[in-house]
Design a protein around this ligand. Structure first.
Ligand code: LLP
Length: 435
């Protein structure tokens, strides 16, 4: 093999036929049974990650709240699993809130984010009594105050700050820099805190920041914590503000490729909790409740995408294109961010890599390339390509481009695979059409 199983779910192994096995299920058999493209989630890996976040952060900073960022991927089965694991949920739309509610997720453990929440969304958040509304800007602050007043409610809110920290990630997923559509810039933070404190119908419990995604360093978190706690100290002196909760967002990286390792959860936990504790001590602040919002790091490695090889085209001296039956419709990340992935041939795990190929999708765009120049064993039509690290931000960003059908999703555990989302059908494509 060859492929690096450490990028795959924790239960990944190779069986006697040389097939990739996940959660005790032979991936080639799964592909035959459920069709391709197919997204597989390993339940053991999901639960283990939830536990890892809880113990690594909670062990160092008791009571740390782990709020899963649903945008990384959520459906009913996953919402139920995260509920059983005792996590909270970060939602950014009425749609995500709806899925959580339908799944029976306790809404008092839900944090509602968004830079442009609509009146309808805020009304729903109040009516359904979500745990926290993370207020992003002044118009939202006054709108929410008014809506809460009309309903005799007093929601717990956090203020989202943009601490002006560069997380050294792709600019499309850097959010905490000064020039960002998200959150209050530090210069406007005092006004936001003062207004929130004096708002009759809002209960300001704390501050939030999220500086970006796929952050490979701990220093940006440390710097943001310093800045936001400095501000909290000032606000205490000037406005009597008590910081009860500090939410440091998500952004923890995972390893997608062999050449780009990611820090462990414990590395992030150690740096973040130490800085919160140290800084609070320095400023004489009572340590707030700590909240983290991992998305990618919870689901990313638990998910594997399976594709079937179709046409193989050799352009002599130039490139060998191996086209698969999915692509940018189910994973836009390579086209959008230049994201890089590894792959293995799931039905040829024990065969030697013989040459470089480019794995192309089937969509009508030259940019629909999943992986450029990867060494794989000899391929023939019908082989199964497995891409690790596909659990986060692939399915939720999937589209029906070229009227493609969004893939089926299965959860595997101890040798059993169960469908947790059926593949779309042609009927789904015209379901919303009116004549
Ligand atoms: N909290 C907030 C407020 C966020 O905006 C996000 C992600 C998270 C938590 C979770 O971040 P994570 O732990 O997953 O990095 N589509 C992009 C990622 C966009 C992230 C958006 N916000 C990608 O495919 O890389």
């Amino acid at each position: 093999m060859i492929g690096n199983l450490s990028l795959f779910p924790l239960t990944a192994e190779v069986n006697s036929q040389g097939h990739l096995v996940i959660g005790g299920c032979d991936s080639a058999e799964l592909a035959a049974e459920f069709g391709t493209p197919l997204y597989i989630f390993d339940e053991f890996s999901l639960s283990s990650k939830c536990a890892e976040f809880k113990t690594e952060f909670g062990g160092r900073y008791p009571g740390t709240g782990v709020i899963y960022a649903a945008k990384a991927f959520m459906n009913t089965a996953l919402a139920r699993l995260f509920n059983e694991e005792g996590l909270g949920l970060d939602v950014v739309s009425a749609g995500e809130l709806h899925i959580a509610r339908e799944a029976g997720f306790p809404l008092d453990r839900v944090y509602f984010h968004g830079n442009n929440k609509s009146v309808e969304e805020l009304k729903l958040a109040l009516e359904w009594r979500v745990g926290r509304i993370v207020v992003d800007n002044l118009p939202e602050l006054s709108m929410l105050d008014g809506l809460a007043g009309e309903r005799g409610a007093k929601p717990d809110i956090l203020l989202r700050l943009s601490p002006g920290v560069d997380p050294h990630t792709h600019r499309y997923i850097a959010t905490g820099v000064i020039d960002s559509k998200f959150g209050f810039p530090m210069l406007g933070a005092e006004e936001a805190v003062a207004r929130a404190i004096s708002a009759a119908n809002l209960n300001l419990v704390g501050l939030h920041f999220h500086i970006g995604s796929l952050i490979h360093e701990v220093a940006p978190y440390e710097l943001a914590i310093e800045r936001v706690l400095d501000l909290a100290g000032e606000m205490k002196k000037r406005h009597g503000f008590e910081l009860k909760e500090l939410d440091i967002g998500g952004g923890f990286a995972i390893q997608y490729t062999r050449d780009m390792p990611a820090p462990s959860v414990s590395t992030y936990a150690e740096a973040i909790t130490a800085r919160v504790i140290g800084k609070c001590r320095e400023l004489g602040l009572a340590p707030p409740r700590l909240t983290i919002e991992p998305g990618r790091a919870v689901v990313g490695q638990a998910g594997v995408a399976l594709y079937r090889v179709g046409v193989i085209k050799e352009i002599p001296g130039v490139r060998r294109y191996v086209s698969v039956d999915g692509g940018m419709g189910d994973n836009i990340r390579p086209a959008l961010y230049g994201a890089r992935y590894e792959a293995v041939v799931a039905n040829k795990m024990n065969e030697k890599e013989t040459g470089e190929v480019t794995i192309a999708g089937k969509f009508c765009e030259s940019g629909d390339i999943l992986i450029r120049d990867i060494s794989l064993p000899p391929l023939v039509t019908g082989d199964i390509i497995a891409i690790p690290g596909s659990g986060a931000y692939c399915l939720p960003m999937a589209s029906n481009y070229n009227a493609s059908l969004r893939p089926a999703v299965i959860m595997v555990r101890e040798g059993k695979g169960r469908l947790i989302r059926r593949r779309e059908t042609f009927a789904d494509l015209t379901r919303c059409d009116l004549v």
